[in-house]
Design a protein around this ligand. Sequence first.
Ligand SMILES: [Zn+2]
Length: 189
Amino acid sequence: MTNLTTTLDEMFMLQAIELAELGARHGLRPFGCVIVNEHGHAIATAYGTESPLDPTRHSEILAIKLACKLRSPGAYLRGCTLYSTHEPCCMCCGAINHAKLSVVVFGSYRTDLPTLFRRRHRTIADILADTSHPPEIRGGILRDECVALFDRELPVVVAATPGGVADHHQYEADDEQDQAERVEDRDPH
Ligand SMILES: [Zn+2]
């Protein structure tokens, strides 16, 4: 990987981290995503707003939906790069495949956060290699910074945002009932 690629990866990952922090300030889990087109322009950004009412609202899914609306018909996201603060889950891998993304860059590995994510036998590289449109994958970009997103206490913004902040708070309160169940439930991947 060239130094220029490294610099670009870190620059867009920093943007994804800022989005994750923004989500955290709204009481959400710190997941951020940026999609960059073939010309190096960020065309879609999102932070995860999943809740029990809509567990599909991962940052990658939201950014893919937004980016696809900006592309010409039939172009999908060929030539685009998806930056995610964390190793994408199986659901998002499916969307990455169907969107025909060319490159996936992520920060922390699933195994970096064992109290949040269940250990699984297949990595994102395994899963995406077995698809119709296997993208290039680069993991561990600003890894420590992405892991640290879960350690930080950020001031919560009171104003609600689209995606159901109130639902999220209820979810957290319910989680306190059962530690074992909490680890399982918090595993959105
Ligand atoms: Zn996901």
